[in-house]
Design a protein around this ligand. Structure first.
Ligand code: URA
Ligand code: URA
Length: 311
């Protein structure tokens, strides 16, 4: 294709994304043409959907691979759609509505919607997560972050687990070591888990953002949108009973609200079949130790739910 043809192709692509309702579209530019040229070059070299996919935006809405799956309704997620080589479906936001009625958005009544895919064996989960991890490692969507990160931090833990813990984003230590919650905030995180009677090696720990934002700044909405499909895919594979959101960033991604932790904590919300508990982030607790007792109350609520704390 010559450059005029590329310009036309990029304009058509932008139109297509606009029709889908994608919000944060780039301005048509020569650079975009180059990106698209690069993307097509990469994807045409691959052997279809089973190769390690490019992190480039997927320009076509994906074909649902399972009869029970739903096509994502929120088109803002289309650019970061994970071209999963395994049948991992990205959740539709409608399946993520929290039980809370005090949230900013006009949520409907809580819907206990099922996981989109049937539960998998441990081996299938491991394989699906390994594939997804490769996709995360190849991701270059967040231009302001990707040049600063040392590595991506996918998440760790047993693939068959009742609990998924979600933090915000890797800090310097996590960026260096490639695992979540291994730096300063990890110490308090571990202590809280120990006090709750949950061993860290019983839980799967992941971050909302897979890369460290420069200077640990708060992620933008676009960055959250870019990363959300990865978390959704992780949750779909792991199908936990409980999701614990540590801090506002995890809440933004999982419950899709900017409502404060203070207003959301103290009761369970839902994400598909999982119960979601919201509490303060360990880093915040270091800064505001008076909130520790509230997080402890949240953990006690979980323990009562699990039957490990009477009364
Ligand atoms: N804070 C998080 O939320 N996650 C990490 O991995 C480190 C700090
Ligand atoms: N704001 C956050 O981002 N996290 C908290 O835990 C509390 C306030």
């Amino acid at each position: 294709m010559d450059s005029d043809q590329w310009k036309l192709a990029s304009l058509q692509t932008l139109e297509y994304l606009q029709r889908l309702g994608v919000k944060h579209l780039p301005k048509p530019s020569a650079q975009l043409s180059e990106i698209l040229a690069d993307w097509v070059d990469v994807s045409s070299k691959g052997s279809g959907g089973t190769s390690i996919p490019s992190s480039r935006p997927q320009l076509q809405a994906p074909e649902p691979k399972q009869p029970t799956s739903q096509v994502p309704k929120k088109p803002a997620q289309a650019p970061a759609q994970v071209a999963a080589p395994v049948p991992v479906q990205v959740a539709s936001p409608s399946a993520m509505e929290p039980a809370s009625r005090s949230v900013a958005k006009p949520y409907g009544p809580p819907v206990e919607s099922p996981w989109m895919t049937p539960a998998r064996s441990s081996q299938e989960r491991s394989e699906a997560l390994s594939q997804l991890k490769l996709q995360v490692e190849a991701c270059r969507l967040c231009k302001d972050i990707v040049c600063h990160r040392r590595q991506t931090v996918f998440g760790v833990g047993p693939v068959t687990t009742r609990f998924v813990m979600i933090g915000d984003a890797p800090g310097p230590e996590e960026d260096r070591l490639g695992e979540p919650f291994v730096g300063a905030s990890g110490e308090l995180f571990d202590k809280i888990l120990r006090a709750t009677g949950i061993a860290r090696d019983q839980v799967y720990v992941l971050n909302t953002l897979k890369c460290r934002p420069p200077n640990n700044r708060v992620p933008s909405d676009i960055e959250l949108d870019n990363c959300r499909p990865y978390i959704e895919a992780q949750l779909e594979i792991l199908q936990p009973e409980y999701i614990i959101c540590w801090g506002a960033t995890a809440v933004r991604a999982v419950l899709q609200t900017t409502e404060s932790i203070g207003r959301l904590r103290g009761r369970f919300h839902c994400y598909k079949k999982a119960k979601v508990l919201v509490t303060y982030h360990p880093t915040y607790l270091e800064r505001a130790p008076e909130a520790k007792k509230l997080t402890w109350q949240d953990m006690q609520m979980l323990m009562r739910e699990l039957g490990t704390l009477k009364a």
